[in-house]
Design a protein around this ligand. Structure first.
Ligand code: SAM
Length: 329
């Protein structure tokens, strides 16, 4: 049964943060002073998540993305993905990872069942990578990407967030990656959410600007249309390229009118919109023994309060002091 919100949007996609922990400390994501981590009992167990997904699928959810924090650091993640595959009606399972643990885990993940893989990588320069993430795992991430490609994960999506003055000089190099390899390189506009109120509007490099740089420095881009146009990415291709270049523009071309997602936070809240703070608690009712009918009611309530759009472009809007890891980036 298709599921619609009050703004007549089809909702079929759930992003699940399975942990707030991460093995990188990206400066725009983690607060400088450190983060108060959730305790083990505060985060949803895999059984609780599976119960929710099994309930959401007959309501209309057909795609889930597993994210975090860093999903691969949570013990038992491969078995969890295997269990997701047993939920009848779930058509698409994907995971977003920073790639640090991919080299050793890619094989298990591919055995768990069909899985789409997105890897976040903000720099192709080892030193810059260190500056952004606070870690020197650059080579390890690349070994993970190569291993995943070798094992047949396809398409491999590489997500980059260009931040002015930090890594925006690298967008042409990222685009060039698509010439020889089948990667989908996607540029995601830097959003006002994260650590230390540090986001500044002019640090967000608009997609149109990135596109102009690529066309000037690498070559013309032609629209790339694929069968699966459900995502928010505007896709293009360089001449003779093997891969695809995508632009995701939550700031300059917000796609709220076609947003199909809900989020499940690692501490058990359904969050209808990343860029609004309203959430519905499902963990407490589950732990007090509520039945599936009550969970379904809460799930539908989250849908009812999904805002028509985000308001971050309104005058005076600052940065959400929230950690993406709990919410699920
Ligand atoms: N650890 C996993 C990873 O690195 O892919 C999953 C979680 S991470 C929070 C998911 C994505 O959110 C990363 O690609 C990260 O760059 C992105 N992200 C975090 N803060 C962001 C922001 N303020 N604007 C845009 N993207 C952001």
């Amino acid at each position: 049964m298709p599921l619609y919100d009050p703004h007549n949007r089809l909702i079929d996609y759930l992003r699940i943060s399975v942990t707030d922990r991460c093995n990188l400390s990206c400066f725009y994501c983690k607060p400088r002073t450190g983060m108060k981590m959730l305790s083990h009992s505060e985060i949803l167990s895999y059984e609780e998540i599976l119960r929710l997904v099994a309930l959401a699928v007959p309501l209309g959810i057909s795609r889930v993305r597993v994210t975090g924090g860093e999903p691969l650091v949570r013990r038992g993640i491969v078995d969890f993905i295997t269990s997701l595959h047993t939920i009848a009606g779930l058509q698409d399972i994907s995971i977003t990872t920073n790639g640090v643990l991919l080299e050793e885990m890619a094989e298990g993940l591919i055995r768990a069942g069909k899985l789409r893989l997105n890897i976040s990588l903000d720099s192709l320069d080892r030193h810059k990578f260190h500056k952004i993430t606070g870690s020197d795992e650059y080579d390890r991430v690349w070994r993970g990407i190569n291993r995943a490609e070798e094992l047949g994960f396809s398409p491999l999506k590489i997500n980059m967030v260009p931040i002015r003055g930090m890594n925006d000089a690298e967008v042409a190099d990222f685009a060039r990656l698509t010439l020889d390899r089948r990667f989908h390189v996607r540029f995601i506009e830097y959003m006002p959410i994260g650590a230390d109120h540090r986001w500044q509007r002019d640090e967000c490099v608009p997609s149109d600007e990135i596109r102009a740089i690529i066309e000037r420095e690498v070559g013309p881009l032609k629209p790339f249309l694929s069968g699966n146009s459900a995502g928010p990415s505007d896709n293009f291709q360089l001449r003779d390229a093997r891969g695809v270049i995508g632009f995701i523009s939550p700031i300059t071309r917000h796609f709220c009118e076609s947003c199909r997602r809900l989020r499940l936070t690692s501490d058990g809240k359904i969050r209808p919109c990343l860029l609004s703070d309203t959430e519905i608690d499902v963990k407490s009712p589950m732990r007090s023994g509520c039945d599936d009918a009550e969970l379904e009611r809460l799930f539908r309530l989250a849908l009812e309060i999904k805002p028509d759009r985000h308001y971050i472009n309104e005058a005076g809007h600052g940065c959400f002091q929230r950690t993406m890891s709990r919410i699920g980036g």
